[in-house]
Design a binder for this molecule. Structure first.
Ligand SMILES: [Zn+2]
Length: 266
C-alpha cells in the first residue's frame, strides 16, 4: 500500500465545471487521456445533492455535506458553525495558495487574504472557451513567477456550453477538449513534485443539472504526482468531500476536525 503522506510539496487542482465522465471519455482529450495512464483515476466520484455549482464547490473545499454547510443553491450565506476550508489550512501552515476562475460566486469560498492571489475574469456567454483560455494564461504567468503550495484553476465553459447546447452535445464535447488544452499548458510548467488533481463539481443532463440523477451526480477524478500509482483505476468509493483531505495528506498537514471526507490512500 502506498501512502501519500509527505509525498510532495504542492498541489494543482483543476476543476472543469459540469464535466461528466462519459463526456471526458467521448471528447478529444489527449492530455487528460495520457494523465490517466500516469496517475490514478475514477469515473465514479460522487458529488453532493443538490448538484449545484456553489453547493458542490463548498463541499469540495470544506469537506462537509450540504446539510452541514447549508449552501443549497448558488447563493452564499454564513455557515451555522465554523469549518475551515482547504485554503484556511494552507494559510495556517504559512503556505501560499492562488485561485484563478471565471464564475464570480466562487469568490465567497475563501476569506480575504486567503488565497494570497485570487484572479477573477468575467465570463461572457458562448465565447468558444475564450475566457477559459484567458484564465489559463493568467494562471500560467502567476504560477511561474511565484512560490505556492496550492493552485486552484476553475474553467466554466463546459458547464455554460452544457446549459446552452445540451450535455454531451458536440459543442459540449468541444468545451471539454478546450479544457484539456488549458490544463495541458499549465501542467507543462508545473514542478515535478506537484500533485495534479482534475475533477468536476457536477455533471448534467439535457440542458441542466441540480438533480440526483447519476448523470448529474457522477464526476471524474484524476490524481497524478509523486506517490500516486500509475494507471490505477481507484476501486474504493470516492466523494467530492475526499479531495481536500487527500490534498492535506499529500502536503503532510493534519486533517482538521469536522471534515467528513477521507484522504484517498492507495
Ligand atoms: Zn450549471
Amino acid at each position: 500500500m502506498i501512502s501519500l503522506d509527505k509525498a510532495g510539496s504542492r498541489i494543482a487542482i483543476f476543476l472543469v465545471d459540469g464535466m461528466r465522465p462519459d463526456g471526458l471519455l467521448a471528447a478529444d482529450t489527449p492530455f487528460l487521456d495520457h494523465l490517466l495512464t500516469r496517475g490514478a483515476y475514477t469515473y465514479r466520484e460522487r458529488t453532493v445533492m443538490p448538484s449545484t455549482t456553489l453547493t458542490c464547490h463548498t463541499s469540495l473545499f470544506f469537506s462537509v455535506p450540504p446539510e452541514v454547510h447549508g449552501i443549497l443553491d448558488n447563493t452564499w450565506k454564513p455557515f451555522p458553525q465554523r469549518i475551515p476550508s482547504l485554503f484556511d489550512i494552507i494559510r495556517e501552515a504559512n503556505l501560499a495558495a492562488a485561485s484563478f476562475f471565471n464564475w464570480e460566486p466562487l469568490r465567497d469560498l475563501w476569506q480575504p487574504g486567503s488565497p494570497v492571489a485570487s484572479f477573477f475574469l468575467k465570463d461572457t456567454p458562448e465565447d468558444g472557451g475564450r475566457t477559459d483560455r484567458e484564465v489559463t494564461a493568467l494562471a500560467l504567468s502567476w504560477l511561474q513567477a511565484h512560490d505556492w503550495a496550492l493552485s486552484f484553476v476553475y474553467l466554466h465553459n463546459t458547464d455554460k456550453t452544457g446549459h446552452a447546447a445540451g450535455w454531451m452535445s458536440e459543442a459540449y464535447l468541444d468545451a471539454i477538449a478546450n479544457a484539456d488544452r488549458c490544463i495541458e499548458s499549465i501542467c507543462s510548467i508545473l514542478p515535478k513534485d506537484t500533485l495534479v488533481i482534475v475533477t468536476s463539481d457536477h455533471g448534467g443532463h439535457d440542458h441542466t443539472h441540480h438533480t440526483d440523477l447519476s448523470e448529474d451526480m457522477t464526476v471524474p477524478l484524476i490524481l497524478q504526482g509523486p506517490g500516486i500509482p500509475k494507471g490505477l483505476e481507484i476501486s474504493q468509493n470516492v466523494s467530492i468531500m475526499d479531495v481536500a483531505p487527500t490534498a492535506v495528506r499529500f502536503l503532510g498537514l493534519g486533517q482538521p476536525e469536522g471534515w467528513q471526507g477521507k484522504g484517498i490512500v492507495f
